[in-house]
Write a protein that binds this ligand. Sequence first.
Ligand code: NAD
Length: 322
Amino acid sequence: ADKMAPTLKLNSGYEMPQVGFGLWKVDQSTAADTVYNAIKAGYRLFDGACDYGNEKECGEGVARAIKEGIVKREELFIVSKLWQTFHDEDKVEPITRKQLADWQIDYFDLFLIHFPAALEYVDPKVRYPPGWFYDGESEVRWSKTTLQQTWGAMEKLVEKKLARSIGISNYQAQSVYDALIYAKIRPATLQIEHHPYLQQPDLVNLAQKEGIVVTAYSSFGPTGFMELDMPRAKSAAPLMEHALIKEIAAKHKKTPAQVLLRWATQRGLAVIPKTSRPEVLAQNLGSTDFDLESSDLEKIAEMDLNIRFNKPTNYFSADKLF
Ligand code: NAD
């Protein structure tokens, strides 16, 4: 218990661990062990999604840890996300219930709208997870459901105690402003791509000023996208080998990865890095026990290049979408 992450207070009243574990690209074959080992290493927050295709296996890891008495359900903070094909108002609750069943739990601590765009419904019996394409290959079919309607259905999840807090992901400022107008329950968190090459300071400031906790994903920038063979990620200089990040790390006797995580958490953001290596698990979880100097923060601010790795057109060509 000495290695626990600090927590952030959400506008819903709940406490959220500031350092968690991201479950994207965690193989089905290793997901149960990965989650189980991360719990043993002290992780309490898990960031999952329908789209990651591993919720059942992650749930097995959680169930094993609870059964062995390593952790209690109420000590965990389990996050999942609503995929775009489930934005229609009548589809939100049934899919949330399916995702909860996969995790073997009866509420999510936090449930997010994964992307601010609605796709036509695909029955889970036809294909699960459904991905972007209606036919599973290349056809994109938009739904006419608005984000306001979907948010209304998310609010019902809270009323029905299927989610304790609800939030948003991949929204830009305009959609955040809009959500703040119609929300009866305000988004507790905004999860966005955030690293020194994509800092989005205005969006972060807006959310924080409005009492929305920002969670940074892909804190290591291109590194998380190398596994996908993404050309844009390969052509960007790795952040962990960047001269400034290495220099700051050496000065604080920390690793470059810890500097990248601390740069976010020191500014009030939460982080959800992913790794399967035990020594790296501990390193990332323990990244909040030092402070960068204000001159370090100022120099890192200068690294912003506004390069976004996680956008649909980096995965498939734009003519499929527009
Ligand atoms: P990441 O930034 O966590 O990077 C992962 C890569 O960094 C892996 O290759 C890992 O081996 C390596 N790594 C991790 N810790 C390291 C360390 N200390 N030293 C050296 N290498 C290290 O990658 P990510 O998966 O893109 O993002 C993290 C999580 O964010 C995801 O798993 C997911 O939960 C979430 N996410 C959400 C969205 C969204 O649309 N909401 C999109 C992308 C990611």
